[in-house]
Design a binder for this molecule. Structure first.
Ligand code: PRP
Ligand code: MN
Ligand code: MG
Length: 185
């Protein structure tokens, strides 16, 4: 069984670039939410690494919660349907929420979640997305805190998966084509 690094074709965003960008956004968020007792909501599973790094780079006290949503199924194409695999554990009524997400692709996951959190009574809902694929956007979402635009290639790492694997890669990368063709090696 090969190491994850052996399956990578090329790196798109290095760990150092990720950490630098997260640090810049965390500084803005710390000022924007000072005194507002924000609730950070990570969209699992993809946002796990982004939430871990980002929350530690923020300098004000925050509350964290987690919602597990799925739109992709097991392939590389978004299905457009959103499934709640695991819901939040807290009441969002009156809260200032910052959604923490790894990537905006079609925008359907975030469009659904913003609407759902407002329906539940959140006082405000903003988005931090580490990555965006502008070429694939289908629905409009307002991403206030934006990390990197990336090309329309299937990427993995730093939380992003291919068929539930490669979330543990420590940078954002494109897999070798053979990975999509063969079984898990
Ligand atoms: C991926 C990604 C985003 C979403 C983006 O999650 O982590 O949450 O798809 O796609 P969209 O903009 O087209 O909705 P996925 O559904 O694969 O679940 P995961 O986070 O558990 O991998
Ligand atoms: Mn996701
Ligand atoms: Mg996924």
């Amino acid at each position: 069984i090969a190491d994850v690094q052996d399956k990578i074709d090329h790196e798109l965003v290095s760990r150092a670039q990720i950490e630098e960008k997260i640090g810049q956004i965390a500084a803005r968020v710390s000022e924007d939410y000072r005194g507002r007792d924000p609730l950070f909501v990570a969209v699992l599973k993809g946002a796990v690494n982004t939430m871990a790094s980002f929350s530690q780079a923020v300098s004000i006290p925050v509350q964290m919660d987690f919602m597990s949503l799925s739109s992709y199924g097991s392939g590389t194409e978004s299905s457009g349907r959103i499934i709640i695999r695991q819901d939040l554990s807290c009441d969002v009524r009156g809260r200032h929420i910052l959604i923490v997400e790894d990537i905006v692709d079609s925008g359907r996951t975030l469009a659904w979640l913003v609407n759902e959190l407002k329906r539940r009574g959140a006082a405000s809902v903003e988005i931090f997305a580490l990555l965006e694929k502008p070429a694939r956007r289908e629905v409009d979402v307002d991403v206030k805190y934006h990390g990197f635009d990336i090309p329309d290639e299937f990427v993995v790492g730093f939380g992003l998966d291919y068929d539930e694997r490669f979330r543990n890669l420590d940078s954002i990368a494109v897999l070798k084509p053979e990975v999509y063709q063969g079984a898990h090696a």
